[in-house]
Ligand binder design. Structure first.
Ligand code: C5P
Length: 227
C-alpha cells in the first residue's frame, strides 16, 4: 500500500542543550535526520516526503539531502512556531496523498514493519498510530507528593509515525486551527472529531532524539545494528 510522509524538522536544540537544530547533530558521522529520511527513501511503498523546515536552515538541509543521495524529497514547507503548525504546512503540500504518515524527523530508528502495518490499518480504518506499552510504574504527583498510582495496563507511550487517510487528518487539522486547539500529536486532533484511532505496537528503539542521553542510546542502537 502506497503512502506519502510529512516530516516536521523545524525544531530547535533547546532540550538537547545544542546551539542549533538537534536534527543537524551527527550520530556516527551522519546528521540525525538523514537516518530518518533513509528509512523512507528505501521503502518502495513510500511515494514521496515533504519536510517542514525553518527558512534559514532550508539551504543546509537541501545540501545534506543531496549529499546523502536522498531521492524522494518532493518539497519543503515552511516550519511554524509549534510542531502542529509545521505539520499543517507539510500537509498542505502533500495534497494528492490517499494515506499520509506524519513522522518526527527526530526519530531515526523507526521499523519498516511498523510503517507497513500503520499504512494498512490507516487505509482500512482511517487512523493508526505507533506506540509501546508503558514499562514503568506511573504515578501522579502534586507538590512533591503522590496523589495517585495509575493502572499501567491501559497506558501506552505514543510515538510517530502516525498514519491517516489524508482527508480525515487535514479536516481535523483545519478544525483544530479554527478552534485554537493545540495538541501534542496528530491523533489528538483526530480524536476530538470522534473518529477512532487505532494503535500499532512499535519498538522501544523508536526513541525521539530529545535530550543528550538519547544520543548515547542512539549510538548504541547503531552499533548493535552493525553486529
Ligand atoms: O521538540 P520535539 O522533539 O518534540 O519535536 C518533534 C519533531 O517536530 C522534531 O522532528 C522537530 O524538528 C519538529 N518540530 C517542528 N516545528 C516545531 C517544533 C518541532 O517541525 N515548531
Amino acid at each position: 500500500m502506497k503512502y506519502t510522509v510529512v516530516l516536521p524538522a523545524a525544531g530547535s536544540g533547546k532540550r538537547m542543550k545544542a546551539d542549533r537544530n538537534k536534527l543537524l547533530l551527527e550520530l556516527s558521522g551522519k546528521p540525525i535526520f538523514i537516518y530518518t529520511l533513509e528509512v523512507f527513501d528505501r521503502d518502495p511503498d513510500c511515494e514521496g516526503m515533504w519536510l517542514a523546515v525553518k527558512e534559514d536552515e532550508r539551504e543546509l538541509i537541501e545540501k545534506y539531502v543531496e549529499h546523502y543521495g536522498i531521492k524522494k524529497v518532493k518539497g519543503y514547507a515552511a516550519g511554524g512556531a509549534e510542531r502542529q503548525d509545521s505539520v499543517r504546512a507539510g500537509l498542505e503540500m502533500a495534497r494528492q496523498s490517499e494515506v499520509v504518515l506524519v513522522h518526527d524527523a527526530a526519530r531515526p530508528f523507526i521499523s519498516p514493519a511498523v510503517i507497513r502495518e500503520l499504512v494498512e490499518r490507516a487505509n482500512e480504518s482511517g487512523a493508526a498510530i505507533a506506540g509501546v506499552p508503558v514499562k514503568d510504574t506511573i504515578k501522579k504527583v502534586r507538590e512533591g507528593v503522590i496523589t495517585e498510582t495509575v493502572d499501567r495496563a491501559e497506558l501506552w507511550m505514543i510515538q510517530t509515525p502516525q498514519a491517516f487517510r489524508y482527508k480525515l487528518l487535514m479536516e481535523a487539522a483545519q478544525r483544530a486551527q479554527a478552534d485554537g486547539f493545540l495538541g501534542t500529536d496528530e491523533a489528538m486532533l483526530v480524536e476530538r472529531t470522534g473518529h477512532p484511532v487505532q494503535i500499532v505496537e512499535s519498538t522501544y528503539e523508536n526513541v525521539k532524539m530529545t535530550t543528550p542521553d538519547d544520543l548515547i542510546y542512539g549510538k548504541a542502537i547503531l552499533e548493535s545494528r552493525l553486529q
